[in-house]
Ligand binder design. Structure first.
Ligand SMILES: NC(=O)C1=CN([C@@H]2O[C@H](COP(=O)(O)OP(=O)(O)OC[C@H]3O[C@@H](n4cnc5c(N)ncnc54)[C@H](O)[C@@H]3O)[C@@H](O)[C@H]2O)C=CC1
Ligand SMILES: C[N+](C)(C)CC(=O)CC(=O)[O-]
Length: 494
């Protein structure tokens, strides 16, 4: 059979957005060919990619697929050849988009999805000279934010939606084409009002940013506008909210569609205030601060499986674990995020236990003690754990965890997790004893037969394997290590 054929996409225009698309596809295992005539494009994409490698793996509890290959091409034709998706992200000028789409249409494979990142043009405008593109409008940073607005032909949008889900994005199909789609119309309203507030001397750029991030900005990541306002209507809900605040739209709260003159004075005023606000930080550093905060927010959203957190959880189910390592099942595999490291410049002790805990979850799934089993009122509780730190682990290291069953009998499940680094070195072991529980009575009980059989099957299979370092007490010297009782029993000792 051999390895599956690599999947290929083409990125036409590798600036802020094209670079983000390239990173999103590459880190999800696609080969990426970039065409951008600007000499600085490879450097810029390299820097975006470095930031993406730092941030994207941190929102997952499992390793992303093997990274794809990045190639810079001298011609657009070379880039699009053999691509299943061509994403155009050249500057927002209709004439330029027309000429680029004509070249793409002439050279791309017939069935390729051809997407445009345009923030405002409609498909009918993009295709007025015969091209067949859809709008696939992403949000910056493309490698972290899931939303892509899809506008255009239904068949192409459906194919695009499938591929976007494979790379962890959230396709939102816009029902009718309209200038600036959905989200940019909303952003435009805030942008327009903000320009007025600065121009009229009512607020500085910093005041406006605080007004957003200290208040409603925090709400938007999890509930958006309508659910948030439903709650704001109190027990009487949306109807009450509309009755109370609907009339405000007729008051002079808003400048409506009036746009301030974009003259030099306004540009200088805004960019000057923005320099004072954050001009001391280079852009890449600002991006990293933004990314670290986004990662923290996205991880928080994973806890309740809400909004973008749900998209990440669903996407992660697509990543297979390698099945075996050194004769043992792989129960967890992930890259170490920078947030797991501490002031000593290596992985903090907390996360050894977290990695062990994820491996226990992975093993429970293997024996059928999965989310359905738990929803049925049965589970395992950890009653004791022992972590041995053997080798340093750093940000970006790939951690692969295997699980050996030391005892799997009755209510007891005694596991020995090994945490391997990407270079194969053993970084740590986490030995953990669990008891089977009834979640309703909170008392121990026997597992269901199918789970018990799978667990004891693993126990028998693993009985002959050494588990060096298991059964140790804290501070025990290496020379004193004895095999654990279960291994001694198997080998006829004790
Ligand atoms: N910057 C943003 O926040 C967002 C921008 N967009 C959209 O993405 C598109 C690109 O915007 P940015 O990445 O911000 O612009 P950018 O200016 O950062 O990048 C554009 C890139 O296109 C390259 N380019 C110019 N002519 C080209 C050609 N003929 N063939 C190939 N490459 C060419 C340039 O060298 C540059 O690297 C626009 O349509 C914009 O509306 C969409 C979402 C957000
Ligand atoms: C400013 N913008 C219109 C280019 C913004 C977008 O299109 C989306 C975003 O990332 O905010």
């Amino acid at each position: 059979m051999g390895d599956p054929k690599p999947r290929k996409v083409a990125i036409i225009g590798g600036g802020v957005i094209g670079g983000g698309w390239a990173a999103r596809f590459l880190l999800n295992g696609f080969d990426v060919a970039v065409y951008d005539p600007a000499p600085q494009a490879p450097r810029q994409i390299g820097e975006v990619l470095d930031n993406a490698r730092r941030a994207l793996p941190a929102i997952y509890d499992r390793a992303l697929p093997e990274e794809g290959l990045l190639r810079f091409c001298d011609t657009l034709e070379d880039a699009v050849s053999g691509a299943e998706w061509v994403q155009e992200s050249v500057p927002e000028r209709l004439e330029l988009k027309h000429s680029v789409h004509a070249a793409i249409a002439a050279a791309a494979p017939e069935n390729a999805v051809i997407g445009s990142s345009t923030s405002g043009f409609k498909p009918s405008e993009l295709n007025s000279r015969g091209a067949g593109a859809i709008v696939a409008h992403p949000f910056n940073p493309v490698y972290l934010l899931p939303l892509v607005e899809l506008v255009g032909a239904a068949g192409a949008c459906a194919r695009a939606a499938d591929i976007l889900q494979e790379i962890g994005m959230y396709p939102l199909i816009v029902r009718k084409e309209i200038d600036a789609h959905i989200a940019d119309r909303l952003l435009e309203a805030i942008w327009r009002e903000s320009l007025w507030l600065v121009k009229d001397g009512i607020a500085s750029t910093k005041d406006i940013d605080e007004a957003i991030r200290m208040g409603f900005g925090l709400r938007f990541a999890q509930m958006g506008l309508f659910e948030t306002y439903r709650i704001a209507g109190g027990e009487a809900g949306m109807k009450h909210f509309l009755a109370q605040f609907g009339p405000a739209l007729a008051w002079p709260w808003t400048k409506l569609t009036d746009v301030p003159d974009y003259d030099d004075a306004l540009v200088d005023l805004i960019s000057g205030q923005s320099d004072v606000q954050s001009g001391d930080l280079p852009i890449r550093q600002l991006e990293r601060r933004r990314d670290d905060n986004l990662v923290a927010i996205l991880r928080a959203l994973r806890v309740n499986g809400d909004a973008a957190g749900k998209v990440i959880g669903e996407h992660e189910k697509m990543f297979p674990l390698e099945s075996m390592l050194e004769g043992l099942p792989v129960t967890a595999r992930r890259r170490v995020p920078s947030t797991w490291t501490d002031y000593n410049g290596h992985m903090n002790e907390t996360f050894y236990l977290e990695a062990g805990s994820k491996a226990t979850d992975g093993f429970m799934e293997l024996i059928g003690a999965d989310s359905d089993y738990i929803a049925g009122g049965l589970s395992y509780f950890t009653v004791e754990s022992h972590v041995r730190h053997l080798n340093e682990v750093h940000s970006g290291d790939m951690l692969t965890v295997t699980t050996q069953v030391l005892t799997g009998q009755g209510k007891k499940m005694h596991l020995f997790h090994r945490l391997h680094r990407g270079d194969g070195e053993l970084a740590a072991t986490v030995e953990t004893l669990l008891l089977h529980m009834n979640l309703n009575t909170r008392a121990t009980c026997l597992p269901e037969l199918a789970v018990a059989q799978k667990l004891s099957g693993y126990a028998v299979e693993h009985a002959g394997l050494k588990a060096e370092g298991s059964g140790r007490f804290v501070g025990e010297r290496k020379a004193d290590i004895a095999p654990p009782p279960s291994v001694r029993a198997m080998s006829g000792e004790g």
